[in-house]
Design a protein around this ligand. Sequence first.
Ligand SMILES: Cc1cc2nc3c(=O)[nH]c(=O)nc-3n(C[C@H](O)[C@H](O)[C@H](O)COP(=O)(O)OP(=O)(O)OC[C@H]3O[C@@H](n4cnc5c(N)ncnc54)[C@H](O)[C@@H]3O)c2cc1C
Length: 514
Amino acid sequence: MGGFSDVRFEPPPEDVDEHDFYKAEAMATYLRKYVQVHEYAGFTMNDRIHFGAEVISVEACLEGWRIFYTSNGNATNITSHKLIVATGSTSVPNMPDLPNQQDFGGPIIHTLDYGRSKFYESDDIKSVAVIGGGKSAADMVYMNVKLGRSVKWIIRSSGKGPGAFLNVKLRFASIRNAGDLAYVRFAASILTLPGLQPASYWQRFLYSTRIGSWVFNKFNVFLNNQLVVNARYDDRPGAMETFKELKSNIDAMALESPTGIQHHDDFWDVIAKNVDVYRKDIAHLKKGKIVFTDNVSIEADAILCGTGFKDTVPFFTEKQRVHFGLPHAISAEAVEMQREWKRLNIEAERKVTRRFYSITSRPAIPPVDRLGDVSLTETPFRLYSGIAPLTASGAHNLAFVGFATLTNMFASSEVSAIWATAYLDGNIKLPNEEQMKQDIAYVTTYMRMRCPTYGRAGNYYIFDYHQFIDRLMDQVGLQNYSKGLWRDWTEPLVMADFQALKDEYVEKHGSVRD
Ligand SMILES: Cc1cc2nc3c(=O)[nH]c(=O)nc-3n(C[C@H](O)[C@H](O)[C@H](O)COP(=O)(O)OP(=O)(O)OC[C@H]3O[C@@H](n4cnc5c(N)ncnc54)[C@H](O)[C@@H]3O)c2cc1C
């Protein structure tokens, strides 16, 4: 799953565990090698990177785009004909609101800085509080217990709730771990019931017949149980009283709470026997203390925030966000634009209901006080195929890559990069503007209705890994990632499968420029 298709990712055996998961350091080594081995016109990719540069703003100009940035502290700018924005979904930390944090006294560290902070090497820290209900928080909780620290786990009561962590152990035929399952077409079509392709016989049966609906509900109950059964929240021997607070309300068909893989066999035991769990909202901090809204307070030497990231591209103005279809406040739109999207969304809702929820009931939108950071007053990403802005689509000079959330982000990046190249080269015939808007409204409405929390961002292709890839490659006219019908259905779609796409692209579109 890891690495790009043109340079194999082969971590040394000592960096790979028995379930085929690798250490982060092995990936860093691979990426350093990747930018060295690609050399064009005498310059490697590494030579072309302006390190220590931070983009501050971007403006349209006669040549295309003018990019204003600071380079090692000095303000400067460059122009370019075309612009690809690939600033990632994990660049802007979503820090929790911690009033009076200057009084706390100890370190307050977000996941983004956890590794490089070398926090885990500090002997002075005896107790930590970890904030967040997802995988990053879970990893920091586990690691700090293993370091011998006293750990308190805080999951706010107003958020999406604690995550579900699926046991990694799963091995049969071409499947090497639980993570692999989502990449096998057959398994994904049953386990996650994707919704962005024409309905299969299987789905029509499940959604449109009484027996199907009965089977679907049973199946859903079974899957939900599989997601949490391993934790034994209610009857784990030796568990502390608050362990039950970690019980996840996950629904496998919506995935509206955090999910992840449980990598360590002793994970639940370590948590259950050592960690105090608090399902409370934080009111403010005091010296060495966290005070909750019910006035209960706890002590900690440090606070770790596994609180996720903001879905934002930091250097665009609100006006540009509206213009390009990046998430923005609905109130920032002109009234006509608000009306137009309202109309498009109502039409899309009808289509999605017909297509996807004829019998099964859709997941309810959690009450406003349980949505955490999910904003009801922000728009989703409104990018065509998750990449092209509507307003610059005529000019073919701006693309957003890496913002479509897939279970494998290497696949998201590589396939999107091919699509973006074709789009910027004018090698994709786009539908007219109204059709693109209808398409965007359909995709974002489907995501919002299916997963009322994460889906609201409009880039949540978690159920639709194969469909996203098929759609993009179909639009570029590429097919050479198929292994044949049987193998496509029964084996995971992995990065090596995309290897022939570059040559196919060059052959088809005739461009051999470096
Ligand atoms: C803890 C963690 C675990 C993960 N595990 C997995 C996994 O197992 N599998 C998986 O597929 N994905 C995983 N992901 C997600 C994966 O890391 C990201 O999807 C991937 O890094 C995205 O790559 P990217 O190049 O799009 O963005 P990034 O890697 O975020 O790169 C964006 C770059 O843009 C730069 N940038 C941002 N703003 C500016 C600016 N204003 N000016 C200049 N530069 C800027 C950043 O400094 C950064 O270098 C994980 C993420 C996290 C945080």
